[in-house]
Design a binder for this molecule. Structure first.
Ligand code: PLP
Length: 385
């Protein structure tokens, strides 16, 4: 018998109460009963995002929400700034270019965050930029950006601030309205604790003005269609058939999120990620994130002489835990331990233990137990409850 776990930075483990919700009979989506549940999800997402803006519920993975943000704000030939610190930041560039944008790139070396001063320089040099696209938590490197500071720069600029919060939302501090974020894109399979398949967008009044003037061709992802559906018969609706079961699951997960409290959830992620980071350091391993280490995951350098891909395979197949390897240019060079979503103290300890045992099996020069000991000490120091 091998019990299986996910400790990837998405998809993540789903609580049992949320899992069973999907086993219930499918509701019809054009009913007051369903629209009441959709309303709960929208209100719950406003709470999670710290916003009074409309929430648009989309049947797609997170990338669909990213594309929807671009398709509704960028006209061919528009200038946009992409502030990127890894593979997912670079995805903004790919999508923006696919929609005909002229991209000015502000890129930090992987392992680092974009400095607000660098973004300020780009905004000053490009007063005609219509949008800044960036990432809250860069999952490929395990580094987060200072979105609050970015918002202080775009609030007095023509450009709207569009943030990929797909892995960061529900795990780390985020206040859409207070931080002047104009569009946030979110995915369901991470901090929101349901399976993959749903995405969300929220858009500020400044963003909606840009959307109103957008001429790019679109249909399924036309935000105006979603906006119209939101106010139908005084109750929110979706323009197309809703992903009914996922929305019902999300309503249950959002109840759990409200019960715990979003700020307590951010604090839990901070403590768990610190336990994993310090566990790795105690083993003598090096961390990849140089600045702003993520609370969503811990990115660790694969020790010299160890095959990073084989390490991930061993942890998955021999120990039953799916973690994540490196992406793009870091493939095989780092591994990433997720502490995202439905994760508790023994998950963090288990992740450290599995990494230790698998590395030992592969001949790494580590002293078994040192990482787990430090992770436990951190959780005690943090008074984790
Ligand atoms: C920061 C970030 N952006 C975008 C994505 C892409 O989301 P999806 O795979 O749901 O399309 C991910 C998924 O890992 C992510 O972590």
């Amino acid at each position: 018998m091998r019990k299986k776990y996910i400790m990837a930075p998405g998809p993540t483990e789903v609580p049992a109460d949320v899992l069973v919700e999907a086993a219930k009979p499918v509701m019809h989506h054009r009913t007051p009963q369903y629209r009441k549940i959709l309303t709960e999800v929208i209100e719950g997402m406003k709470y999670v995002l710290g916003t009074v803006n409309n929430i648009y519920v989309i049947g797609s993975s997170g990338t669909g929400a990213m594309e929807m943000a671009v398709a509704n704000t960028v006209n061919a030939g528009d200038k946009v700034i992409v502030a990127t610190i890894g593979a997912f930041g670079d995805r903004w560039e790919l999508i923006a270019k696919a929609w005909g944008a002229n991209v000015v790139k502000v890129a930090a070396e992987w392992g680092y965050a974009v400095k607000p001063t660098e973004l300020k320089k780009a905004l000053d040099e490009n007063p005609d930029a219509v949008a800044v696209f960036t990432t809250l938590n860069e999952t490929s490197t395990g580094v987060y950006n200072d979105i609050e500071e970015f918002g202080k720069l775009t609030v007095n600029h023509k450009a709207i601030l569009v943030v990929d919060g797909i892995s960061g939302i529900g795990a780390q501090p985020f206040y859409m309205d207070k931080w002047n974020v104009d569009i946030i894109a979110v995915g369901s399979q991470k901090g929101l604790m349901i399976p993959p398949g749903l995405a969300y967008l929220a858009a500020s009044p400044k963003a909606m003005k840009v959307v109103d003037n957008n001429k790019s061709p679109k249909f399924y992802f036309d935000l105006k269609k979603y906006e119209k559906a939101m106010t139908k018969e005084k109750m929110p609706d979706t323009p197309w058939t809703s992903a009914v079961s996922l929305v019902c699951q999300q309503a249950v997960a959002l109840k759990l999120i409200r019960e715990e409290g979003i700020e307590n959830i951010w604090d839990r992620h901070k403590k768990l990620s610190r336990a994993v980071r310090e566990g790795m350091l105690a083993l003598g391993l090096k961390l990849f994130a140089v600045e702003n280490p993520a609370v969503v995951l811990c990115s660790v350098m694969v020790p010299d002489g160890i095959d990073g891909k084989a390490l991930m395979k061993k942890i998955r197949d021999d120990y039953g835990i799916s973690m994540a390897g490196g992406q793009g240019k870091m493939e095989g060079k780092i591994f990433r331990i997720g502490t995202l979503g439905y994760t508790d103290r023994f998950d963090a300890i288990m992740g450290v233990a599995a990494a230790e045992m698998a590395l030992k099996d592969m001949g790494a020069n580590i002293e078994i137990g040192k990482g787990v000991k430090r992770a436990m000490e951190v959780l005690i120091e943090e008074n984790y409850k």
